[in-house]
Unconditional design. Sequence first.
Length: 335
Amino acid sequence: MSTRILGIESSCDETAAAVVANGREILSSVVASQIDVHRKYGGVVPELASREHLRHIVPVVREALAQAGMKLEDVDAIGVTQGPGLVGALLVGITYGKTLAQSLRKPLVPVNHLEGHVHAVFLEAYKAGRAPKLPAVCLIVSGGHTVLYEVSTEDSGLPDSSAIFRYRKLGQTRDDAAGEAYDKVAKLLALGYPGGPILDRLAAAAEGAPAPVRFGPTRTRGNPLDFSFSGVKTAVLYHLREHAEYSAEIGNREEALARGERKFEQLLPLCSSTTLGLVREFQNAVVRDLVDRTMAAAEELDVESILVSGGVAANSQLRTTFEQRAKSAGVEVFF
């Protein structure tokens, strides 16, 4: 008999539930997004997020069980995110998880949000018939986190899904997370929320558009593996202030967003080649910083695997750059 665990996640602006068998096979995964709720504010509003979790958590869990072909009584244990995250949002998931566990007389497993990101890489790898070698360097990069860890395991003879992982923090952002910088730059340019997906596609569409400004590599005092993204975000802000020629098209995009026109195909014609070049240069700077520091950590620790997880791990340029650099360094990369 397989061990089937129901996982509940409510740390920020998505209510999610999944059933996983033996720590390897995803039997179901259901996510209720809150993007439409928070879009007009340009970021997550904690009180609204908590309210939405209350509305969605019961139907999301029911749907996850239905997709897995199970009843609540069939679950062997319940895992729930205990943090880090928004306090009110976490409280919804933890309270619901506790109540389920007590009523079903099943074990309740508190899960660290960041450790969940690490295990997500392994779940993706197992689906593809692969397994990362440990120790590894893991980059967790999202709207709220940008952090580097060394991931190792105790020599217990157990398979990866059963082993106890050990973590050592190597570096972290000193200010904005990478995803947060994307959102803020997208807001400055009137490109909507969330900023990551639209900026990624616009950067790809820039092709040969010249960069109107160059952003150099970020230098941090102290730990060379620490990140900082407030500088490049502020550089975009100052560049826009100093060049009034951006104002007209930013106004046009603001009007389009107000009409509900926020798709890539609708916003692309409203972007000049100068704006596309600026977006591309911003993304180049962020991707360069993420990849350079992660590769430096991998070289320093002499690992064979790099793990990349979090919302920004979906960025196409980040993936391509990591794959190219990892291949030349003889390291495997897992997303």
